[in-house]
Design a protein around this ligand. Structure first.
Ligand code: SF4
Length: 307
């Protein structure tokens, strides 16, 4: 089904595209501070994984997303895979993934991802996906089969699933709960006020509801936001309160970096001391684990969040 086609609830999802959002805000580019410089990945374990990835032409989002933490994550036996293709039905203003009409579902994808996890000897694997709002099941069947396939191929490997909101179709969310990944993430990405600007087809309250239902289903839950999009400190602290209220276990906070000039501009580079303050506050408010720093991405140190 076309995203703008016969399903009226879908038709409401794309009132603006990325360019229209950015056209509203043409502030000058800020100079990157020193604390955002990244070291080139090295280390025995990283180089071993690097060789496997190159030899078998494996695909990870760590690489295609140019993640600054790739060396550290691969060195720790963690890798992130994106499923359900590389074209998304949504058009979040911060995201480098292409927006459009996705290709047909690949039924063999779960086995292929499981094979990559096995070949790379991944100890902890993060799986994420584009949003497939045009599908009735939102891609949840492929999600569930991917978790099962990885379990069959690599029973020792633990998993984090970084899932979409499935447009609030809770039977699709239930498919994730039923396969019981070790931890389930769903990112708020920003504070309540900026949600419409940053992820136009999403709803702040619906994302909180996703996290609440995951918790009620017995999951360990995780969520993250990006900083530097124009949010205030008070709004960040309120977001933490909202996440604590839905029983969240793990929160990540990292600096937003503009992928290209067609994406939302960086409004502010947040100082590492402020990130440290948020970590302290998050723990004080009752979150079990908080990763907070300029280079933190949602799967950063993912293997440590299993507790
Ligand atoms: S839903 Fe996810 S993949 Fe799609 S545009 Fe938004 S952030 Fe990117």
């Amino acid at each position: 089904m076309d995203v703008n086609g016969s399903d009226p609830s879908n038709a409401l999802l794309i009132p603006m595209n990325k360019e229209e959002i950015i056209a509203e805000d043409r502030s000058p580019r800020l100079k990157k501070p020193d604390w955002l410089r990244v070291k080139l990945p090295t280390g025995k374990e990283y180089l071993h994984v690097r060789k496997l990835v190159d030899t078998h032409k494996l695909h990870t989002i760590c690489e295609s997303g140019n993640c600054p933490n790739m060396g550290e994550c691969w060195g720790a036996g963690t890798a992130t895979f994106m499923i359900l293709g590389n074209i998304c039905t949504r058009s979040c203003g911060f995201c480098a993934v292409a927006t459009g009409r996705p290709l047909a579902i690949d039924e063999k994808e779960p086995e292929r991802v499981a094979e990559s996890v096995k070949l790379m000897n991944v100890k902890h694997c993060v799986i994420t996906s584009v949003d497939r709002d045009e599908l009735k099941d939102g891609g949840s069947m492929i999600w569930a089969e991917t978790v099962r396939a990885i379990r069959r191929a690599s029973p020792q490997t633990t998993m984090e699933t970084l899932i979409p909101d499935f447009r609030g179709q809770w039977e699709n969310l239930q498919r994730i709960i039923d396969v019981h990944p070790e931890i389930v993430s769903h990112n708020l990405e920003t504070v309540r006020r900026l949600t419409r600007q940053v992820r136009i087809q999403a709803k702040y309250e619906r994302s909180l509801e996703v996290l609440k239902r995951l918790k009620a289903g017995g999951m360990k839950t995780k969520s993250g936001i990006m900083l530097g999009l124009g949010e205030t400190q008070q709004e960040v602290l309120e977001t933490m309160d909202d996440l604590v209220a839905v029983g969240l276990d793990v929160m990540t906070l990292g600096q937003y970096l503009q992928p290209t000039r067609k994406h939302l501009p960086v409004k502010e580079f947040i100082h590492p001391d402020v990130f440290a303050f948020y970590k302290t506050e998050g723990l004080r408010k009752g979150l079990r684990y908080v990763e907070s720093g300029p280079l933190v991405r949602s799967s950063y140190h993912a293997e440590k969040h299993l507790f």
